[in-house]
Design a protein around this ligand. Structure first.
Ligand code: SF4
Length: 320
């Protein structure tokens, strides 16, 4: 049986259930890299060029962690999912970067997902992946349909049950927020906020501080898209709904505070952050921007978090 490695980084948090079902239905065995740790981060950092953002360096570390454990590495280039909105250039160029910087990697399975090029191109690229495993078109069609169905289930489950990708994939993290005294929206790319090593266990840390944490995936895609349109009109970036849309939605529906976590040096993040920051100031809702890179210290993050939560608590006491 052919073994396919999926790095536990970047788009893993959005599409892993779909990719897993698709590949397994084709007859592949899927192996996922372990959760990020110091050695994965360090090995990725040694391969990234200077202006590579932290999440991409982490991704390289996960590819290295899978070397020797799989026959093929799944690294799709998700360029556009339609409506003229595009992914960041680093995500689009991921297969090329991976081939150049990690030559010891097994061959990449790297379909381009670009809805802007039309359905025919999309189907052709997906079917090219399928042909690695089967020449039976019916098996391939079924794998595509079941993969897509599991993707819809995954996103509906998160927004209906108000859970995070980690809970939906692994059943991880406590949802017991009965003791919470206030609600904070944690906003950022899934590959930052749900990677516990990169985010310094931000979600569980906040929950231990008796904060109810709400995240972008707990809102339906329709509501995120509508909130994005109200704030900026038609989005240019594929991920605007998860940052700008979620920020706008939670500011409109009312939370006690917002924490936005961005990758240091990320151009799209800095623009999206300033839009949400501006709206938060108008709404008089406290916002804490956090910028992470491989040098970010846990101590510094905790100090800022505590100061922010003190302010949120004081404000809440004054307002009630
Ligand atoms: S959007 Fe920002 S954080 Fe994400 S891959 Fe691109 S540069 Fe990195």
């Amino acid at each position: 049986m052919v073994t396919v490695g999926i790095p536990r980084a970047l788009l893993y948090y959005q599409y892993y259930p779909m990719w897993k079902v698709f590949l397994e239905k084709l007859g592949a065995e899927v192996v996922v890299s372990p959760p990020t740790n110091k050695s994965i981060l360090n090995s990725g950092v040694t391969r990234g060029v200077q202006d590579t953002c932290l999440p991409v360096k982490v991704f390289f570390g996960h590819i290295i962690a899978l070397v020797g454990k799989c026959d093929l590495m799944f690294v799709p280039a998700v360029t556009s999912l339609g409506k003229k909105s595009y992914n960041c250039s680093k995500l689009i160029g991921l297969p090329n970067m991976a081939r150049a910087l990690i030559p010891e990697s097994p061959p990449l399975l790297a379909p381009e997902i670009n809805c802007e090029k039309g359905r025919y191109n999309l189907y052709r690229n997906i079917y090219a992946v399928g042909r690695y495993f089967t020449s039976n078109p019916f098996k391939l069609k079924k794998a595509v349909e079941e993969g897509w169905a599991s993707n819809l289930d995954y996103w509906n489950k998160m927004s209906d049950e108000k859970i995070t990708p980690l809970q939906a994939i692994d059943g991880k993290l406590s949802t017991d927020v009965n003791a919470s005294s206030f609600t904070v929206a944690l906003i950022g790319h899934p590959y930052i906020i749900y990677d516990e090593y990169v985010s310094h266990r931000l979600i569980s840390r906040l929950q231990k501080m008796e904060v109810k944490v709400v995240t972008p995936e707990m809102v339906s895609q329709e509501e995120l898209d509508a909130a994005t349109r109200r704030l900026v009109g038609v989005p240019h970036w594929l991920f605007e709904p998860e940052i700008i849309g979620a920020g706008g939605y939670y500011l409109e529906t009312g939370v006690d505070g917002i924490i936005i976590v961005a990758a240091f040096g990320c151009g799209p993040d800095s623009m999206m952050l300033s839009i949400v920051e501006h709206r938060a100031r108008e709404s008089e809702i406290p916002l804490l921007p956090l910028s992470l890179d491989e040098h970010s210290s846990e101590g510094g993050l905790v100090t800022r978090l505590e100061a922010f939560l003190d302010m949120v608590k004081r404000r809440k006491r004054v307002c009630v």
